[in-house]
Design a protein around this ligand. Structure first.
Ligand code: SME
Length: 137
């Protein structure tokens, strides 16, 4: 299997590439299931540091995706009641689950300072990114 440091470095570079390439991708990061616990743990990311390094399943957009196994596109974060704010500049969010051997093991999370920027093209693209990522895990 692949060594942890190399995977983390590659995922950090991927986050940088995504954030630099798409104007409205302002915070880009990965959360992964934390061992056997019913919670997510923050992995590699780029953007403002967040206090939310551990997120219980069910909590916030990320925690909901951990249970639903479905993409979650949030055009307006202010309209969500189960939402964890990381930065007051964030207007919208997309979370796409990451599957390894059919199991939901984590997710890519992208915050945007632009209102309602995410389309089905972002969903298809990020699904593809996650499929590629699952190959190096
Ligand atoms: N907004 C997320 C929390 C993670 S931060 O966006 C980095 C949520 O509601 O789950």
């Amino acid at each position: 299997s692949n060594n942890v440091e190399s995977v983390e470095n590659r995922l950090t570079e991927l986050c940088k590439l995504l954030s630099d390439s798409v104007e409205y991708y302002d915070w880009v990061g990965f959360y992964f299931k934390n061992g056997d616990k019913e919670e997510l743990k923050l992995g590699p990311y780029v953007g403002e540091p967040t206090d939310h390094t551990i997120i219980p399943f069910g909590k916030g957009i990320c925690g909901q995706v951990a249970l639903s196994n479905e993409n979650f596109v949030v055009p307006d974060v202010a309209a969500q009641d189960n939402y964890i704010a990381c930065s007051i500049t964030v207007k919208s969010e997309i979370v796409v689950p990451l599957f390894k051997n059919g199991e939901n093991i984590g997710q890519i999370d992208i915050d945007s300072n632009t209102p309602d920027p995410f389309t089905e093209e972002d969903e298809r693209f990020l699904e593809f990114v996650n499929q590629e990522v699952s190959q190096i895990l």
